[in-house]
Design a protein around this ligand. Structure first.
Ligand code: DOR
Length: 460
């Protein structure tokens, strides 16, 4: 059992934003002032008390958009390395996209992702199944069956569903499962062949541009389809002002639509791109500086509901290709929280409470997941966060198999120092010496008890 004392606890679900104590084992037992834990102790529990002055404690972050590459591209990432990198970054649950090789479009693969996730001992890994077989945009997957097997959402992410009729049917069938349908809004007839946002900068660099409309027209289309036929629609990685306007309109009409934004679309713009900076080549492409401002305003005013990394690992060799040929994607798990902290929270553009709402509470609510708050009896998915903890991003601290990040070799601060998933302390995220000492002591006491009684170590 853990008692974290005098942390700055941020839990928007309960309106908590101040110094207090949190007591938990597998579940949250109490949140309040001057807790001592004695009332909850029985002979089978030991209490580890951690003084957490100067640190934040909040519910584990939930990343609804990540690419773990297994099966098929384990050279870039696998479910174990991805789940560990995720928890190191403060994520206690991640949703794994279906654009693997083969595509997650059948029951066996949904079950495979879930069981590999359970073995990983990192963040919880939940599968997003494809919308169409092999992401081809034609035949729909068997959504009812895949949901029963464990899929928590459906998406062809990496590609947009090009035919409106297919999207309409998908929205209808997804309703039978209660799961959101995540739309990667990209009209290929407009985007194909482009490698960055079309505008002054693409012209300057001589690169083929992708017009903002490639995203905006599909966002508007999908919102109208959801209005016509219902369905829970979620718009992935929003990057254009017009798509945000469509989302705002959709919400005003009472349409069941939510949206996410990635940290890189809030921090960088197309002006930051140079011909060798393939780590900034992402899909959708980095916005204009003007659209970036619109995205931040929409996140702050709640039009955009959540943050998500779109963690997209790629090999060094692939990213070393010339800009037009390099794959789209940025590695996000281990730097996203520090990046948002340094670029948005510290300068006062986003409050800690808004961050936790957008990266934990809202994702949990929208996708029907455990976590998202520190309510008593919720699973103890917890992040202890040190705003001052500083690291230089590099091989010594890195867990992802790929290094396609603009932060490589850069010093960052604002990292989790301890993360618990369902009350189980995750080694991959352990930076806090006091928590480490307490865990070692606990293990030694358990070992002694096991030796004395001859009983098996409990598995967790
Ligand atoms: O940048 C991206 N990379 N955007 C996507 O939609 C797909 C992802 C990937 O799979 O690499």
């Amino acid at each position: 059992m853990w008692l974290i004392k005098k942390a700055h606890v941020v839990d928007p679900a309960q309106g908590i934003d101040g110094i207090c104590d949190v007591l938990f084992d597998e579940f949250i037992l109490a949140v309040g002032q001057d807790l001592n834990g004695e009332d909850f102790l029985d002979s089978s529990h030991r209490l580890s008390v951690i003084e957490a002055d100067g640190k934040y404690l909040f519910p584990g972050l939930i990343d609804v958009h990540a690419h773990l590459r297994e099966p098929g591209r384990e050279d870039k990432e696998d479910i174990t390395s991805g789940a560990k990198a995720a928890v190191r970054g403060g994520f206690t649950t991640v949703l794994a996209m279906a654009n693997t090789q083969p595509v997650i479009d059948n029951r066996g693969l949904v079950e495979y992702v879930m069981s590999r996730g359970e073995q990983a001992q990192g963040a919880r890994v939940l599968p997003v199944a494809a919308v169409t077989m092999d992401l081809k945009g034609d035949a729909l997957v068997n959504m009812a069956e895949l949901h029963k097997a464990g899929a928590v959402a459906f998406s062809d992410d990496g590609r947009g569903v090009q035919r409106a009729q297919t999207m309409l049917l998908a929205l209808q069938y997804a309703q039978l499962t209660g799961c959101p349908l995540i739309s990667h809004c990209e009209d290929e007839s407009l985007a194909k062949g482009g490698c960055m946002r079309r505008g002054f900068r693409s012209a300057r660099l001589g690169l083929t541009g992708i017009p903002a409309a490639a995203e905006s027209v599909m966002a508007a289309r999908d919102i109208l389809l959801a209005q016509e036929n219902g369905g829970k629609l979620h718009l992935a990685h929003l990057s254009t002002a017009a798509a945000v306007a469509a989302l705002r309109w959709g919400k005003q009409q009472g349409i069941d639509v939510t949206g996410e934004v990635n940290p890189h679309h809030l921090i960088f713009s197309d002006d930051d791109i140079g011909l060798t900076q393939t780590c900034l080549k992402v899909n959708p492409p980095l916005p204009s500086a003007e659209d970036r401002g619109v995205l931040l305003t929409a996140l702050v005013d709640g039009t955009i509901d959540m943050l998500a990394t779109d963690h997209a690992p790629h090999t060094w060799e692939e990213k070393a290709r010339p800009f037009p040929e390099a794959p789209f994607g940025i590695n996000g798990f281990e730097t996203a929280l520090a990046a948002v902290w340094m670029s948005l929270v510290e300068p006062g553009k986003l409050s800690v409470s808004q961050l936790v709402r957008a990266w934990s509470l809202n994702p949990a609510r929208r996708f029907g997941l455990a976590g998202g708050s520190l309510h008593v009896d919720k699973p103890a998915d917890i992040v202890l966060f040190d705003p001052k903890h500083t690291e230089t991003i590099g091989q010594d601290v890195w867990l992802s198999k790929s290094t396609n990040t603009p932060y490589w070799d850069k010093e960052m601060h604002g990292f989790p120092t301890a993360v618990w998933v369902g009350g189980s302390l995750r080694d991959a995220a352990l930076r806090d010496a006091a928590v480490r000492d307490a865990a070692i002591q606990d293990a030694a006491i358990q070992d002694a008890a096991i030796q004395q009684t001859g009983r098996e170590r409990p598995s967790c």
